[in-house]
Structure formats: C-alpha cells, structure tokens
Ligand binder design. Structure first.
Ligand SMILES: Nc1ncnc2c1ncn2[C@@H]1O[C@H](COP(=O)(O)OP(=O)(O)OP(=O)(O)O)[C@@H](O)[C@H]1O
Ligand SMILES: [Mg+2]
Length: 289
C-alpha cells in the first residue's frame, strides 16, 4: 500500500501539498493570565453540532445531540462508558456519518463525509483507538501524507533531515522524553508512547478545531501534564477544542464548559466556573442535581 493510501485509510489527512506550520509556543506568563472563567477567549462559534443522531443496529449511540464550541474555548465531553462520546467525535471528524443532524463550521453548514472533509475544514482529531501506521517509524507517522519536501520539480525530494529535525523539536516542545529512538517502528512503542506520537501528530499543524478523545488515558504523569499545557497553549491561540476525559481533575483544569452525555443524549451542560466535580459526576450517572 502506498503511504498516501495508508494515510487516507487511517487518518484521512490528504495530499502532499498540505503546509506544515509549527505551532507557536505561548510564553508562560501569558498562560497564567488567560481568562478561565467559563467563557470563551476569542468568542465566535467555531463548531456547532445540531440534533445529531446515530445508531448502530438497535443501539442508539447518539440521540439528537447538540453542542457548540467557540474559538479559544475548551469543551470537555464526559459520560459513562458507552455514552456516545467517541461516536460524536467520529461524526465530527468524518469517520462515520450521522443518520440525522447537521454540522456547522464557523456558522456555515458543512457536509463532513470523510476525514479529508474534516481536515479541509481545519478539524484535527486524536482518536481513542489511535490511528498510527505500525510499520512506520515516529517521523514517518508524524508526517504521513504531508511529507516535507525540498527543491523544485523534477528534483523535488522528501526532506528526511528536516522531518527528523522537526520531529525532535515537536517532541521536545511537548516535553516527550521517553521515546529514545524516533527511527523505530511505532509498533515497538508502549501504549503511552504511541499516544504521545498521536498527540504530536495532531498538533504538528495549526488547526482551528481539535478533537481529543481521551488523549491522556495511557500517559505517564509528566506526559499528561504536557498535553494539558498544550491544551492551554492552543486555547490561547484561539483553537476550539473538544476533549474527552474520565479524569475529573483534568476536566476541571482545562475545560471552560462541560457537556455530559448520558445514554446518547446531552444530559447536562455546565460552565466549569459554576459547577463542582460532584455535580458533574451525578449528571454522568444520570441523576438530576
Ligand atoms: N462501530 C460500532 N458498531 C456497533 N456499535 C457501536 C460502534 N461504535 C460504537 N458503538 C456503540 O455505541 C455506543 C457508544 O459508543 P462510544 O464508543 O461512542 O462510547 P464512549 O462514550 O466513547 O465510551 P468510552 O468511554 O467507553 O470510550 C456503545 O453502546 C457502543 O457499543
Ligand atoms: Mg470512547
């Protein structure tokens, strides 16, 4: 299989022409000064899901789910196992199509029928079931389908040195020090290491909307902390994010709003500043507060 086919099949990013833009780091003082009062930083709706339903046979995974995320806002999507969280992320990222409902990006109704459609709309996703190509190494996974090139046609060549350099820089920016050899196939990495590669891949390019499905689930403490810092940094840059997590401490650290899914329906929506972990946990269990 060609690398580009692999790319389409696994992650949906398309074409060698995609520009790779490193994300800029926000200084630490800017992070601490960021508004975190439950409102959005930049305002303006980046993404809206309206009345989306999806069933698998007899299982109604999503039942008229609506939510919106503003630019510079982090929405935590929480709920029990099987509540429909990953299904919703897959609908937004074009992995599965909804039975009903609409998606809007920047206020415009969009049809997202494939991961490529989502990527074209500036949507990047870190899926729970990671989409890495096992036989490729860390560098190849990071740049799969968007390889850096140098020279002009007919002498245009993939620039392996630049990709290796950029990979090392991105891993350092993310504080990932546990991958000693970026040249080994990712099949040889641990679950946590693979997850850090997936996070690095999703953050390699600036994107308007980032969906993170349990990005810290199998990470060590240090790596999890770096991912959360990255979320803060991207919010400061105006990225709209949906993050799925079962970890209430993490949810309360990063989220501006918390959307609770219960049996495929939106059970409750909270502004982080106005709620408590106990109240959110109750909603997750389907109890009225
Ligand atoms: N491809 C599929 N085929 C059949 N059923 C599916 C499929 N994907 C999801 N489901 C079902 O849809 C429901 C929602 O699943 P989903 O993966 O969205 O849950 P989740 O909230 O992400 O759970 P978790 O916290 O365990 O990751 C579950 O009942 C699941 O079994
Ligand atoms: Mg899930």
């Amino acid at each position: 299989m060609m690398v580009s086919e692999l790319e389409d099949a696994r992650t949906g990013h398309s074409g060698p022409g995609r520009q790779v833009v490193p994300f800029a780091a926000a200084p630490a003082e800017q992070l601490s000064a960021m508004p975190h009062d439950g409102g959005s930083v930049n305002g303006g709706e980046a993404l809206r899901v309206a009345d989306v339903s999806r069933s698998f046979g007899l299982v109604q995974a999503l039942d008229r789910v609506s939510l919106s995320v503003n630019h510079g806002e982090v929405v935590a999507l929480v709920g029990d196992n099987g509540a429909g969280k990953s299904t919703l992320v897959k609908v937004i990222s074009g992995v599965i199509t909804p039975d009903e409902g609409e998606l809007y990006v920047n206020g415009e109704r969009v049809a997202i029928r494939s991961p490529n459609d989502a990527a074209d709309r500036g949507i990047r996703t870190i899926h729970q079931d990671l989409a890495l190509a096992d036989n490729l190494d860390v560098v190849e996974n990071l740049f799969l389908g968007r390889e850096l090139c140098r020279g002009v046609w007919p002498l245009r060549r993939v620039d392996f040195a630049a990709m290796r350099q950029r990979t090392t820089a991105v891993l350092a920016e993310l504080g990932i020090g546990t991958i000693s050899d970026i040249g080994v196939p990712v099949a040889q990495l641990s679950g946590g290491q693979r997850q850090t590669v997936a996070v690095a891949r999703a953050t390699l390019e600036n994107c308007a909307i980032l969906l993170l499905d349990e990005p810290t689930a199998s990470l060590g403490l240090k790596e999890a902390r770096h991912v959360l810092e990255l979320v803060h940094r991207l919010r400061a840059q105006g990225t709209a994010m949906v993050i799925i997590s079962h970890n209430m401490r993490q949810v309360f650290e990063v989220a501006d709003r918390i959307v609770v899914l219960h049996l495929g329906k939106v059970g409750a929506v909270f502004r982080r500043a106005d709620t408590t972990p106990q109240e959110v946990v109750k909603a997750i269990m389907g109890k009225a507060s």
